[in-house]
Design a protein around this ligand. Sequence first.
Ligand code: HEC
Length: 406
Amino acid sequence: MYDMAILWEWLTFAVRWTHVITAIAWIGSSFYFIALDLGLNRNIPGPADGEEWQVHGGGFYHIQKYLVAPDAMPAHLTWFKWESYSTWLSGFAMLMVVYWAGANLFLIDPAKADLAIWQAILISGGSLALGWVIYDALCKSPLGERPTVLMLLLFAMLVVMSWGYNQVFTGRAALLHLGAFTATIMTANVFLIIMPNQRIVVADLKAGRKPDPKYGKIAKLRSTHNNYLTLPVIFLMLSNHYPLAFGTQYAWIIAALVFLLGVTIRHYFNSMHARKGKPTWTWAATVVIFIVMAWLSSFPGYESLDDSEARTLTPTEERFAQADGFQDAAQIVQGRCSMCHAREPVWDGIRWAPKGVFLETEADIARHAHQIYVQAGISHAMPPANVTEISDADRQVLSRWFRAAS
Ligand code: HEC
């Protein structure tokens, strides 16, 4: 069913669209509240802990913060949780659509670990759950009282995970999983800690009891972690579009360094919003770390992105290689695409196969049948601006080959 390819393509687009929108909503509201909280004017009379005046969209807003709660519970409370939940749910859907359904292409690297698809999926999903269990246990241990030591331990845990994922998955999947691992902790913080604690406090207030301030303290610790983890997660989620970030044996160090960037950049904004000056040294540190990351990506020992030696074709890929019209299609791809999509591209200005997509050997071509169909058969996305002048007749040959095997 070749039209499944079209449906699938639009499904992935819809899921990605949703994920980006929900992530914007979550991160936006979280940045807003962090800045609001840090910037509150705390020298005010009355029971409130602090207040702020803001102007936006033609109106003035007067916001007051109550540390535990106001004397009487308001009739209506706005909760912030679905921004976080929907980001995780749509992200998990994307993980399944891209990395589980496309395990052979994107998840499994037989040169590292020759996993069966079910094994790879088990590691993928299992590691996310395990990460939360370990993180939560650490926070609840006596270490929870020592935030700095705890932060260092968490950083160590992320470095270990970064290394571990790079031992079993493709570089691209490894960085993405480190992002998903971290983001799972962040959403679970909201779902399993911050929200339940807030509900206890609200219930206490409604019943006229005085809530234990420990709940607020716990929530604050988790939310501080989330604050520092936000930027690294976005980097890791975007990294799969940049082969240099993941296509090296040092990808695990690059990924670990990103977490330091999260701290240096957030520290600047946190200080600024708290009106504690502008520590510009953090930008110098950020640039230095970024340069180290870039340098690592081209370090001698650069691991080739080539995996073709290590892999035999799966039955589906084999079907594309046997299908009617494969030889003609392969010839077209080799003539119109491989100058860029090669292990050593010959096109001026292209130094690495774009997006890590190789279209050189017959095995490469059989493996990327779906992408070739979508990018060059039914759409004119490739070659860019049709620089290699593929004809419409050739595009039809590509489509016919794909359909013949679908
Ligand atoms: C002039 C160089 C060049 C040629 C020739 C070329 N491509 Fe590309 N290709 C690129 C670039 C650059 C990108 C990355 C585009 C981007 O960043 O969105 C890319 C991306 C891709 C992707 C990945 C798309 C994605 O978003 O994951 C596929 C698949 C692809 N090309 C297939 C082809 C096919 C099939 C042909 C031949 C019909 C072809 N390309 C010819 C430069 C080229």
